[in-house]
Design a protein around this ligand. Structure first.
Ligand code: UDP
Length: 252
């Protein structure tokens, strides 16, 4: 029986009303349906960008699954009176997906992140090794770094198809990764593709997750800002997003 789908809308962008468990049930369904499904894990930054860019808005409307990553979306949904149950982070969702694939004997392809993670191997290859050790039975059908030209894409798509992978993780940062998936989904033989941002870096250990103190006090953003100060402009989007949600509340 098909999983019952519920969505909320923020400025006419549909977001799935899911928790960790229901997002995995939908994932299962997509993995057994026709074509390459596009899974997006939006945060307030992407939704804000879509409110100013119709092309981005259309891309998000095309996604088969929109998982609410980003606490801003959860707060916004409460303000709008259509509360999302919880934040489901992209990295946790991707990890749960890998665990599922391992149990089912299905394979994954890692595309993205730096060609050298510091050990002479690409970040994608390092992440693949770690995930294979963590999830017994997981097959990583192939890996490719994320620093290529658009002209190289047909060759990369062919390599992914040849690998026989059923799931594709794309770590090119947002919105690059979503645009890659949208552009190539018609040619990809995988069952689903997800943009995973910095997840390969976290798995490979090249980007540290915030220590206990920062996590306990809800200060993960501050830790990230200290590690990568040039992100401050992007982070300033969250308060602007919240203000816009409050101001436009009741309009649509
Ligand atoms: N990246 C890439 N190719 C590019 C630009 C970025 O492979 O042309 C990778 C980068 O190495 C990092 C990830 O994309 O692993 C971006 O992660 P980030 O956390 O910045 O994602 P975002 O927060 O932008 O979604």
């Amino acid at each position: 029986m098909a999983v019952k789908r519920e969505k909320i809308r923020i400025w006419d962008i549909p977001i799935d009303k899911v928790n960790r468990q229901t997002s995995m049930e939908i994932f299962d369904e997509l993995m057994s349906s026709e074509g390459c499904s596009m899974i997006v894990t939006p945060n307030s930054e992407i939704i804000m960008a879509a409110s100013k860019d119709e092309q981005m808005a259309n891309l998000l409307r095309e996604a088969e699954l929109m998982i609410p990553d980003g606490i801003g979306l959860v707060y916004a949904s409460r303000i709008l009176g259509k509360p999302l149950p919880e934040r489901v982070t992209g990295i946790d969702f991707a990890d749960a997906a890998l665990s599922k694939l391992a149990k089912q004997g299905r394979s994954v392809y890692f595309l993205g992140s730096k060609p050298d993670g510091g050990s002479g191997k690409s970040v994608a290859a390092m992440a693949a090794e770690i995930k294979q050790a963590e999830h017994a039975g997981l097959t990583v059908a192939g890996v490719h770094h994320g620093y290529f030209q658009e002209a190289d894409e047909p060759q990369i798509v062919e390599e992914i198809n040849r690998s026989g992978a059923e799931l594709l993780l794309v770590a090119l940062g947002s919105p690059k990764q979503e645009l890659f998936i949208q552009r190539n989904r018609g040619r990809l033989n995988v069952k689903a593709a997800i943009g995973v941002g910095g997840s390969l870096d976290v798995w490979a250990g090249t980007l540290k997750r915030a220590p206990e103190f920062f996590r306990k006090h809800g200060l993960e953003w501050l830790y990230r800002l200290i590690q990568e100060p040039k992100r401050y402009k992007r982070m300033a989007v969250l308060p602007l997003f919240m203000i816009k949600v409050i101001v436009t509340k009741g309009r649509k």
